[in-house]
Design a protein around this ligand. Sequence first.
Ligand code: WTA
Length: 635
Amino acid sequence: MSNYHIKNLEEYYQVYRKSVRDPETFWEEVAEEHFVWRKRWNRVLHWDFTKPEIKWFEGAELNITENCIDRHLATRGDKTAILFEPNDPNEKAQHISYKELRRKVCQFANVLKEKGIQKGDRVCIYLPMIPELAYAVLACARIGAIHSVVFAGFSASALATRINDSECKMVITSDGSFRGNKTIDLKGIVDEALESCPSVTSVLVAKRTQTTIAMKAGRDYWLEPLMEVAYKDYVPEVMDAEDPLFILYTSGSTGMPKGMVHTTGGYMVYTAYTFKNVFQYRENDIFWCTADIGWITGHSYILYGPLANGATTVLFEGVPSYPDFGRFWQIIEKHKITQFYTAPTAIRALAKEKLDYVEAYDLSSLKVLGTVGEPINEEAWHWYNDNVGKGKTPIVDTWWQTETGGIMISPIPFATPTIPTFATLPLPGIQPCLVDEDNLEINGSPANGKLCIKFPWPSMARSIWGNHQRFRDTYFSTFENKYFTGDGALRDNTGYYRITGRVDDVIIVSGHNLGTAPIEDAVNEHPAVAESAIVGFPHDVKGNALYGYVILKETGEVRNHDNLRKEINQLITEKIGPIAKLEKIQFTPGLPKTRSGKIMRRILRKIAHKDTSDLGDTSTLLNPEVVEDIIKNAL
Ligand code: WTA
């Protein structure tokens, strides 16, 4: 029986039981089988969820890039590691071999060193999906610097917040980025952000769009000339298994984004293991995950997981709608993609277009399809299954989080019978449970509750950068001795899990996690706004969209509401990014509040959902009359 390439459901249960009965032996076997360790661990696992303190492979030493690159050179030196598909289909794709990847990463590592970056320093990476992004991430890992990739769709202000939170010493960016028919001035955004980032001493700029940009003397350097003269070898820094590998920010229900800290050894073992298992990866497959490396999906399943397996991984710069809605399918045909991993929001957007776009291409290379990021609705699942998978290709609906580092609940292709909208069964080593309103674990099925995980797994986040207390409060204090996911789920009679969505104030819009608090803060900064509350409502392409209730200041002045809506969204774009724009904005004289002054979001959510049949008891509100007014004027 192999821990990988599980062939049928019975074998899955055998492996699963083994992993739960003796997790340490299970993960030790996986860790021994596949990786290069410079020093072996003293202890597989140490954990205490009350602190919380989690350590995997303690005492072990390694460098993750040695495992993702160097180790493959003997057998796969000329194999394509990264297949870069540019935004413009007329620009040639680049096949970057493992040998070449090593050279680029080593040169980049030397550039970082020359600019004074040391082990443990934080480096912010704000780049489009171009090969330099992969080189930058891996170069940081090679020298032991902690990378913090910020999605290049975030605004200057959001970028500055993230740079300052982890006191990054350097920013790596490009002159600009191509997205569909748009060119975005990335360097301009960085310049604006850096006006308020005292920790940054240098900026490396990759050339992509040839846009004319300002270069600040003594701070900004073009990457290319530095790479050209850099030495082509770099001995990987030896890291402890528990040394931080990266920080990645994710939205919380309140306050600042949370800089999730992931460490080296466990993250490597788990992403490599799940990549191979969930996608049933075989040598010579061509794997394509359409996420951006700015999100955890890109970290784990464009870079680290596939490269640790010596796979060929596709890096796509563009968007699904350019030059037309057939772009994804054209790329699948062109590169003979075997595993395709995307988000429900992309599927819904493409399902709205003519079927001709899909039917024009030969998709017969596909073996496994995947989705991630939000619940997939039944209609989208069937469209994906029928038109992309032609009814023959298993779909893995993978549930996981930035915090979990890797896929947690997912079918295993060809072994787990799939049911649309169900993420199905926990992967080996993962022990989920459901918890009820009284904080008690629900035994038996069917059941509906809050989703928790009872036992550590190797790639779980270890902390929130600079705020371990918040890590404890957010994830480990709601339910004793359990990691709380923030998601609700139900479990059917066969033990299959279906994720029903967030149970907190995080809203997933087009697969992006958005906390309502920072958006409300942005709205409230508008001089005409007194107060605001934001909730989510169902949207047929985005999954959820944002509905803002806004109270205007009473100035006696008459304002044009459409102009105000534009200004508010402009402000959100500046403060956070266009992904956080409000779909609907309702101006209202008041918001329903409890006697202690808390906004009753439950009521606002129902109104936004156009479901006002049962608003519950509103008599305890401070201002029950306002509810009628809001319903009457709902959009
Ligand atoms: C949601 C993305 C239903 C969930 C890897 C989770 C999902 C949040 C699924 C994490 C899925 C992710 N089915 N919901 N297959 N996958 N989610 O941190 O609410 O960007 O908590 O990580 O996305 O989003 P994040």
